[in-house]
Design a protein around this ligand. Sequence first.
Ligand SMILES: Nc1ncnc2c1ncn2[C@@H]1O[C@H](COP(=O)(O)OP(=O)(O)OP(=O)(O)O)[C@@H](O)[C@H]1O
Ligand SMILES: O=P(O)(O)OC[C@H]1O[C@H](OP(=O)(O)OP(=O)(O)O)[C@H](O)[C@@H]1O
Ligand SMILES: O=C(O)c1cccnc1
Length: 491
Amino acid sequence: MINKLYDTSLSLLTDLYQLTMAYGYWKAGKAEQEAVFNLYFRKHPFQGGFTIACGLNSVIDYIQEFRFSPEDLAYIGSLKGNDGNKLFEPGFLDYLEKMEMQCNIDAIPEGTVVFPNEPLLRVQGPILQCQLLETPLLNLVNFQSLIATKAARMRLVAKDDVLLEFGLRRAQGPDGGVTASRAAYIGGFDATSNLLAGKLYDIPVKGTHAHSWVMSFDTELESFETYSQHLPNNVTLLVDTYDSLNGVRNAIEAGKSLRARGYDLGGIRLDSGDLAYLSVESRKLLDEAGFEKTNIVASNDLDEYIMDSLKIQGAKINVWGIGTKLVTAYDQPALGGVYKLAAIKSAGGEWDYKLKLSEQAIKVSTPGIQQVRRFSDNKGFVSDMIFNIENPLIGKSTMIDPYDFTKNRSFAENTHFEDLLVPIFANGKLIYSLPSIHEAKARVQDQLAHFYKGIKRFVNPHTYPVGLEKHLFDMKTELIMKLRQKEPEAL
Ligand SMILES: Nc1ncnc2c1ncn2[C@@H]1O[C@H](COP(=O)(O)OP(=O)(O)OP(=O)(O)O)[C@@H](O)[C@H]1O
Ligand SMILES: O=P(O)(O)OC[C@H]1O[C@H](OP(=O)(O)OP(=O)(O)O)[C@H](O)[C@@H]1O
Ligand SMILES: O=C(O)c1cccnc1
């Protein structure tokens, strides 16, 4: 089963209700009605002040491969309703079999810093197709954006240190592990221990050795000497199996033998105990023995907060091995991205804007064919404005805080800006030239450097201003009023 993970059609990687709705649209003659959906999240993860968009390249792969295989169709055809009869007519299976993706998709490139309520993806096309994409798109974007954000937070603390991702053994299943490695690399890690991720995504792979290696020999020194003999160009020795500082002394002995043979001791790894104290003492021992360039790797349940604390304590760690807390996004295991209908085309060819009401203002969706305009001045990015592309912006534009209409900002026509969503698919055809994983990774650091540092702090981060362009704000307000009159129980 596990070996088949990457060798199956993924068209059924969705919730049953997407298929029952698709069937309903088809039966009701609405399947081809043009619709627009936006994928966005409402709150940054980890109580942070920023999120990294990630997962678009996987979305692209997914859509390019999207077709129902004969096995998928046979399975769908076998599904039964509550009365024991078939759920779907054979005609629907024929429709699915012949279906070709026709959607237009615009999206914010991977590695971009994004904020609540901004559409990371906008999907426009036949409503049946848009609907089928909801669950897989959320699955791909939510998790990767979450992990890329966690990794970016760790990179902020690590500064120029090396970050190694060691999470596979603790990840949420095989795909959780492989996907997390990809997102962690984009978010700011330098390498992974996960070979499959390395092979699939061109991520550098790195590693040390486990306690079992040391324990399998009579003495620690013998284990270090043997490892160094057979893998002289990859020697980072785990020193804490018995007594960490004694382990460092043994590593130095092995290092001397390596030097005698023209190699060097790459590093030592500390995996338990007081990492601040042990790293400082290890550094002294290594430096005194002439191993100033030998790295000190630390691992053991690390996260950005412990790393920060270790730095404050003066720890001499320059390589960080991080697994569990990164790949499981331990303190917040999900990003709550959603996918909402924002417009549907009427028979007359006009957009009929749609909105979901909620008693919580944060949960009221925003209508419109949305684009995000990021304004900047000579110091960096200053504000993002969400607007409806059907309402072209001419001259000065004004944005309004969606949760406090008394707060607004205006931007002169000549204010520098970038529109974040770029065309990815036009009528189902890929028109985007995919950046490499390395380019997506570089984009994260470039983006973060252009934001005010307050959004990057962990405690009470600054809220970056994101508003609705005035016409969109007015349209949304009007629609809320109209719907509340039509559906008085929503009040
Ligand atoms: N100086 C330090 N300041 C803050 N946190 C530290 C410091 N040194 C280690 N830690 C963290 O404290 C936790 C220690 O966990 P724990 O006590 O379970 O490990 P341990 O007993 O040292 O090792 P083992 O994994 O063998 O149980 C880890 O998350 C580790 O990263
Ligand atoms: O702690 P993480 O951030 O997940 O990093 C990965 C951990 O995996 C390995 O040991 P493992 O946890 O398998 O055994 P150990 O706890 O006995 O070291 C390694 O030594 C790290 O401690
Ligand atoms: O290479 C390592 O040191 C490693 C790999 C996976 C998990 N823990 C450590």
